[in-house]
Design a protein around this ligand. Structure first.
Ligand SMILES: Cc1ncc(COP(=O)(O)O)c(C=O)c1O
Length: 281
């Protein structure tokens, strides 16, 4: 979300700013919070991709009225199926979410009738919760590994023509990015993706290459030229904490070779040897 573009879009009907903390990077929440305060708006965070990420030392999901997280298998904290969580400091919102997840039922099932609103069944079952609790313990290590991989990619892709990299993990000390995805922005997307596929490197275009407003049937009429252009150029490179150093070097070399650059052989060059302080962050 571009804070420079928000105020011009606020109307008398605007109630809230919904921020998406995309790809594991938390937006500039100081500026967004100031705009919200000025116009009397709520802030809510789609933090599905940003568990553990922070801005100015404050974690994703804690800035506004509430934050939403996804435990879909491909997420930073992935379950064996669907799941999610809402974070809030507001008891009324917490109670409303408790009801909405379980057919409108209140938490004290002894009180009858329990359902007070129409809702859906969206409970996190105990088996998923146990698995997620277990994986949660190693989340800091997984995030540190993702940042290590991002640091290597960042160094390996420096200087490639018309090749936009996400900000490096050490750029701008107010952001602590957790790299749910490593999304690049290139002028030669499809030929490059084909080249990578031929070298055994899988890639993904998020959401099938279309932004929400481009999905027919949803009734949007807006034209969003910046977003539309981005969706012709962006794709995801492999990013997961279980990639080996060899995997990361292979991906880096495959990308570089498309542009006629030498192989990338050095995982350590871009990375601090001591990851403990990183993990503690
Ligand atoms: C930014 C963002 N928001 C929301 C969602 C939805 O999460 P879920 O599928 O767990 O409801 C996702 C997951 O794909 C996402 O990436």
């Amino acid at each position: 979300m571009d804070p420079d573009r928000i105020e011009a879009l606020v109307t008398a009907r605007t109630k809230a700013i919904m921020v998406t903390q995309l790809n594991g990077r938390v937006c500039d929440m100081d500026r967004i919070g100031a705009i919200a305060a000025k116009h009397g708006l709520q802030v809510v965070e789609d933090s599905a991709q940003a568990l553990g990420g922070s801005f100015g030392g404050q974690r994703a999901g804690t800035f506004g009225a509430f934050g939403a997280f996804s435990f879909y298998p491909s997420k930073l904290l992935g379950g064996f199926g669907d799941g999610g969580a809402v974070t809030t400091g507001d008891g009324k919102i917490a109670e409303a979410v408790y009801r909405m997840r379980n057919h409108g039922a209140n938490r004290q099932k002894r009180l009858e009738p329990t359902s007070t609103i129409w809702s859906t069944g969206s409970r996190l079952d105990n088996v998923q919760a146990a698995l997620l609790n277990h994986k949660f313990e190693s989340l800091p290590t997984a995030l540190a590994r993702r940042r290590q991989i991002a640091r290597t990619y960042h160094a390996a892709f420096e200087g490639l023509p018309d090749f936009g990299r996400p900000p490096g993990p050490d750029e701008g000390n107010r952001h602590f990015d957790v790299f749910q995805n490593y999304e690049v922005d290139v002028g030669v997307r499809e030929p490059l993706r084909t080249h990578l596929e031929q070298h055994g490197v899988g890639t993904i275009v998020q959401w099938g290459g279309a932004a929400v407003h481009q999905m027919s049937g949803l009734g949007f009429t807006q034209s969003l030229p910046f977003t539309e252009r981005f969706f012709t150029r962006c794709f995801l490179l492999p990013m997961n904490h279980f990639l080996s150093d060899d995997d990361v070097l292979h991906v880096s070399t495959a990308v570089r070779s498309y542009y006629g650059f030498d192989a990338w052989k050095d995982m350590a060059a871009a990375n601090p040897s001591d990851l403990v302080s990183e993990i503690r962050r």
